[in-house]
Design a protein around this ligand. Structure first.
Ligand code: ATP
Ligand code: MG
Length: 432
């Protein structure tokens, strides 16, 4: 229909200029934080072969069963999927480019993920994650590094008081097999309570039933046999070392024996950072160890662990706590009144930028008063005013819009180069 208004796809959001400041603040904080731990960015395509996610995440998981955007590439008949998460792609790239042939690697990725979920607050069909993976490291020290680094990030973002850590161990292959047998017979004995999903998963993936969001199953799940009771000596020692590392660093945590995670590839440590400030979608970061995944995807067996955080949920939490900050304006807004000033304005703006300042040039004419209103609304720190008098004298007028930078809020007329220096002083002193 030619006249129908086109809209964004449901559950997929535009990030508008008014919101971008907090995203950029978040991203800058995250980059510096990752660099401080020696992690390097890996960028992978947003589309992958469908088989990658089926093999990595597992056929009997929410994501693969019902959340993936999968389509056939009509040009060659290949089945492709928009990535629902980042670990599978990361491991695929590491194997494909043989990145860990000479030892472990610390990597991170960021970007949009796609899941066909029911949109609601904190749950979108396109959402964004930062993911961190340490590949090739077997010891609990790497698990601890990830928990310490996430705890540090929450402090950096000003949300440390609002999140808590839950951890569990899923054990190794043998403990899981033992637990699986007990879990199946327990669930078989309560067949009548199971919902459709649980019935379907009873033999294919009973552990996933513990991850259910159905309140009707809560009591059943609470009383189910616990994996943590089945840990063998090696898994126990690993888990104890992780807990000891947290204790030594003074990071509070709760051992949650029901925590299993919604993806197949985890073993040993799993964890989630949760908040009670965001309603139902309270998990802001989740991860753990996945020692079997690299081999499962065709690589040479190597241990690994990592985590991913949901950016939208973290930004919502920052906003909730008043940590979202305010939009940064340019250093200066260049007001130009009259024909001579309008002709000269472009050159003056370029000179200011040569001097290292960010400058918004007023466009579209208008009275002095209306231009000053725009200058104020731009959140600029200074208005630089160019009228016919200033042009004739080769000068500009300068007015601090946000506080006094030199102990003087009065407008003053100075040569252009002097204006550059004064503004820079004000900007670097930050004494606004
Ligand atoms: P949930 O139990 O909330 O569905 P999940 O176990 O499916 O989460 P992961 O695959 O572990 O989530 O993804 C890591 C993080 O990414 C989550 O903790 C959450 O912060 C975020 N996340 C996951 N799915 C979405 C979504 N649809 N919209 C927004 N954020 C999401
Ligand atoms: Mg989910």
């Amino acid at each position: 229909m030619a006249n129908e208004t086109l809209r964004a796809v449901r559950g997929m959001n535009d990030i508008l200029p008014a919101e971008i400041g907090v995203w950029q603040h978040f991203e800058a904080t995250v980059r510096a934080w990752l660099a401080s731990y020696g992690y390097r960015e890996l960028r992978t395509p947003i589309l992958e072969q469908t088989a990658l996610f089926k093999r990595a995440i597992g056929e009997v998981t929410d994501i693969v069963e019902k959340e993936m955007y999968t389509f056939v590439d009509e040009l060659n008949g290949e089945s492709l999927t928009l990535r629902p998460e980042g670990t599978a792609s990361c491991v695929r790239a590491v194997i494909e480019h043989n990145l860990i042939y000479d030892g472990g690697k610390r990597l991170w990725y960021q970007g949009p993920m796609f899941r066909h979920e029911r949109p609601q607050k904190g749950r979108y069909r396109q959402f964004h994650q930062i993911g961190v993976e340490a590949l090739g490291f077997a010891g609990p020290d790497t698990d601890i590094e990830h928990l310490l680094m996430t705890a540090r990030l929450w402090r950096l973002l000003g949300i440390g008081e609002a999140v808590t850590l839950e951890i569990n161990s899923l054990g190794g292959v043998e403990s899981r097999a033992r637990h699986r047998a007990k879990l199946i017979s327990y669930l078989e004995a309560h067949q009548e309570i199971l919902d459709e999903d649980a019935k379907r998963r009873l033999y294919s993936n009973p552990l996933r039933i513990l991850d259910t969001k159905n309140p009707a199953l809560r009591a059943l799940v609470e009383a189910a046999p616990r994996l943590i009771d089945e840990l063998d000596a090696a898994a126990r020692a690993h888990f104890d070392a992780v807990c000891a590392g947290l204790d030594a660093a003074g990071i509070a945590y709760r051992i949650n024996p029901r925590l299993v995670r919604g993806l197949d590839y985890y073993n040993y440590t799993v964890f989630e950072w949760v908040t009670d400030r965001l309603g139902a979608q309270g998990t802001v970061c989740a991860g753990g160890r996945f020692d079997g995944l690299i081999e499962q995807l065709g690589g040479k067996s190597a241990p690994a662990c990592g985590f991913a955080m949901g950016i939208e949920r973290l930004l919502a939490l920052m906003a909730e706590l008043g940590q979202a900050g305010s939009a940064e304006g340019p250093d200066a807004y260049l007001v130009n009144v009259g024909d001579a000033a309008a002709r000269r304005a472009q050159t003056v703006a370029e000179t200011l930028r040569d001097g290292g300042l960010s400058v918004v040039l007023h466009a579209g004419g208008g009275s002095f008063k209306s231009q000053m209103k725009k200058a104020d609304a731009s959140a600029a720190r200074y208005a630089i005013i160019l009228g016919d008098d200033e042009v004739a004298a080769g000068e500009v007028s300068l007015k601090a819009l946000r506080g006094a930078a030199w102990g003087d809020t009065q407008q003053q007329r100075v040569p252009l180069q002097a204006a550059v220096e004064l503004i820079k002083q004000g900007v670097t002193n930050g004494n606004l």
